[in-house]
Design a protein around this ligand. Structure first.
Ligand code: URA
Length: 203
């Protein structure tokens, strides 16, 4: 499998800039995305957060975590003592995939095949950033990092992703989808607790 992975590269990217150029050139697997959304943050950040795929706003702005889920995530990081500017934010899948409903573009979840397609780029991204801690935000990130489909509830907390120390928590968009305020508040508090632990683990 190592060999197969290596064979994918015409030229091995030596920097995030070179890696991103390769991703941009490859284009979306499913047509429709405006642009690739690359990882963002310091080239050697201590913490890498891995999300699922860019959403509508991310696709338009070309930046990760700038839509509703991203705003909630940024607020939670601040409350947990993590400065968004200090961490590296990326996604398992680098292009937005959606269903058009009238004027709205509704996010559609990437398939396991799509996650696999983007995986070598994520692996390379981590190799280049060399973080102390890699955080999976939700099931798609966890699948991308482990190759296995595991429920978040069972793997939440400290983890190991190959040679990286890891941590598993929910995706911030899950917090937005919860039905009532009390459940939302409780889930948000649990997410904050995870972020505080993540902050401490990366010290
Ligand atoms: N959700 C994600 O997983 N990533 C983003 O960049 C935005 C929303």
């Amino acid at each position: 499998p190592e060999r197969a992975l290596e064979a994918m590269w015409d030229q091995e990217p030596k920097s995030l800039k070179e890696l991103n150029a390769i991703i941009a050139k490859a284009g979306p697997l499913v047509p429709g995305a405006t642009q690739a959304v690359f990882g963002e943050g310091p080239a050697h950040a201590e913490i890498v957060f891995v999300g699922e795929q860019p959403g509508d706003q991310e696709d338009l702005q070309g930046r990760p975590f700038v839509g509703p889920a991203g705003k909630l995530f940024t607020k939670a990081m601040t409350e947990a003592g993590i400065d968004r500017k200090d961490v590296y934010l990326t996604n398992a899948v680098k292009h937005f995939k959606f269903e058009q409903r009238g004027h709205r573009r509704i996010h559609s979840k990437p398939t396991a095949g799509e996650v696999k397609h983007y995986r070598p780029w994520l692996v390379k991204e981590l190799e280049l950033v060399k973080p102390k801690l890699v955080v999976a935000l939700g099931g798609t990130a966890l699948l991308a990092l482990t190759g296995k489909s595991t429920p978040i509830t069972r793997s939440r907390g400290r983890a190991r992703f190959g040679s990286y120390e890891g941590y598993v928590t929910v995706h911030p968009s899950y917090l937005l989808r919860l039905p009532d305020e009390a459940t939302k508040r409780e889930a948000y508090e649990a997410f904050l607790n995870d972020l505080r632990r993540i902050h401490d683990l990366a010290q």
